[in-house]
Design a protein around this ligand. Structure first.
Ligand SMILES: [Zn+2]
Ligand SMILES: [Zn+2]
Length: 270
């Protein structure tokens, strides 16, 4: 894997999240919400390892985003960057994480030689929650999951990015008619819950108008969504506004993919 820039999701759902970023020899993760062992297997399949990761950027303290951090911090001592309130929470019951933690202001930024990360806050029922704009040199990549709605600021940040990983969590009807208890449904549908397929689909044309040409739909609910339903809603929204979506070898205004619960979904490979 000698690509200059390679970005993919490795895990994406409420069962665990992790996105891998390689940029000119530097390697990063956004979130580490699965076991260190599972993550190491996935990285090995890509031809790399946790030992090569320069830093881990955390979006918020929910376990589907930080589950592997204790073991990773113990065994690899990789610097972890997270919003300040999340650091306090994660540090409280952990022996090893505090030794690796770096507190991020909101918004905050961190620069490495080839790559820089800037956080922006997202509305979610966590102590603090953020998305990231990652400056890769020639282009920017945006990441935003776990947000009840798209704030004006998040829209502005993401619209500066050529490639975006964005939440498309649930189909509203599937959620409303599904098995979740009423309180959980209410939480997910709230402004501090998760982004629905339709909210995501409504937003995508704005991104494409502003130059985004690669999108991965992420953090799909296993119970209240399917990859086909999420893809169709976003695809139809783009097409209804006269935009074309890449299919196979046929180019279009935007390439659209859906991140599986587990497995590689490539956003950038160039
Ligand atoms: Zn989550
Ligand atoms: Zn969350």
């Amino acid at each position: 894997m000698n690509n200059k820039t390679f970005i993919c999701t490795l895990f994406s759902s409420s069962y665990g999240n992790c996105t891998y970023i390689k940029n000119k020899g530097e390697e990063y993760l956004i979130d580490a919400g699965v076991s260190a062992r599972a993550l190491e297997h996935s990285l090995n399949d890509l031809g790399t390892s946790l030992a090569n990761i320069n830093a881990i950027f955390v979006t918020h303290e929910h376990s589907d985003h930080v589950k592997g951090l204790e073991t990773i911090s113990k065994n690899y001592k990789i610097p972890v960057f997270a919003p300040k309130p999340c650091c306090d929470e994660m540090g409280m019951n952990s022996v090893h994480i505090p030794l690796c933690l770096n507190r991020l202001e909101s918004p905050g930024s961190v620069e490495f030689p080839e790559t820089s990360f800037a956080s922006f806050s997202t509305p979610h029922d966590a102590l603090a929650s953020c998305g990231y704009v990652v400056d890769l040199g020639e282009m920017k990549f945006g990441f935003a999951t776990d947000m009840g709605y798209i704030t004006k600021n998040a829209a502005r940040e993401l619209s500066s990015c050529k490639a975006v990983i964005i939440e498309s969590n649930h189909d509203i009807d599937m959620l409303k008619n599904g098995p979740y208890p009423y309180r959980l449904k209410k939480r997910i549908l709230s402004d501090y819950g998760h982004l629905s397929n339709s909210a995501c689909a409504d937003f995508l044309p704005y991104l494409v108008l502003n130059g985004t040409n690669s999108v991965v739909l992420a953090h799909l609910s296993v119970e209240n969504n399917t990859p086909a339903v999420a893809y169709a809603e976003s695809c139809n929204s783009l097409k209804s506004r006269g935009m074309t979506v890449c299919t196979g070898e046929t180019p279009g205004d935007v390439c659209l993919s859906v991140a599986p619960k587990q497995g590689v979904c490539v956003l950038i490979d160039e």
